[in-house]
Design a binder for this molecule. Structure first.
Ligand code: IMP
Ligand code: MG
Length: 172
């Protein structure tokens, strides 16, 4: 792990997660939500975020993938498991690790739009890599902007490794 340079420390991440949770607590005051965690990358963020949400919520998990082992998006989104409950008339909060090209986000938002008439749909991503965007998707909420670096840790992986790091970093 010594070859990974720290980009965001555990403290920075936890502080930012609480700030986002505060905004969401305000947004959803008096409402119930379905929080949808996009596996595998968003698992750490989703867990920490929902622990700081003080509204009635149900936590769902779906699994998508767009990387096929390498460090560049494959350009195709693979819906490994996208089984969801009935989201008609529900407030849906999608929780992602990172928006890179935006193809995953677009795929998921289109999927939800096609299949449900939600009460609201919001997209919350821990990281926003705007520079590599190939769609017009912008997350409604995000934690940190990053430039074109391949990052790992706090759920994000390189070929399956590093998800367990408490910080987010990159290889030099
Ligand atoms: P997109 O479809 O190109 O926006 O990519 C989204 C998915 O690619 C994310 O949910 C991540 O799982 C993965 N991804 C994108 N950038 C990185 C990175 O820098 N590190 C690790 N995974 C990444
Ligand atoms: Mg992801």
């Amino acid at each position: 792990m010594n070859d990974i340079k720290v980009l965001f420390t555990e403290e920075q991440i936890q502080k930012r997660v609480k700030e986002i949770a505060d905004e969401l607590n305000e947004l959803y005051k008096g409402e119930e939500i379905y929080a949808v965690c996009v596996l595998k990358g968003a698992v750490m963020f989703a867990v920490d975020l929902v622990k700081n949400l003080h509204i009635p919520l149900k936590l769902e998990f779906i699994r998508l993938s767009s990387y096929n082992g390498g460090t560049k998006s494959s350009g195709r989104v693979n819906a490994v498991d996208i089984s969801l409950p009935d989201l008609n008339d529900k407030n849906v909060l999608i929780i992602e690790d990172i928006v890179d090209t935006g193809l995953t986000a677009k795929f998921l938002l289109d999927f939800i739009k096609t299949n449900f008439h939600t009460k609201s749909t919001k997209f919350c991503s821990l990281l926003d890599k705007k520079i590599t965007r190939k769609t017009d998707i912008e997350p409604d909420y995000y934690g940190f902007d990053i430039d074109d670096k391949f990052v790992v840790g706090y759920g994000l992986d390189d070929d399956g490794y590093y998800r367990n790091l408490k910080f987010i970093g990159y290889k030099e």
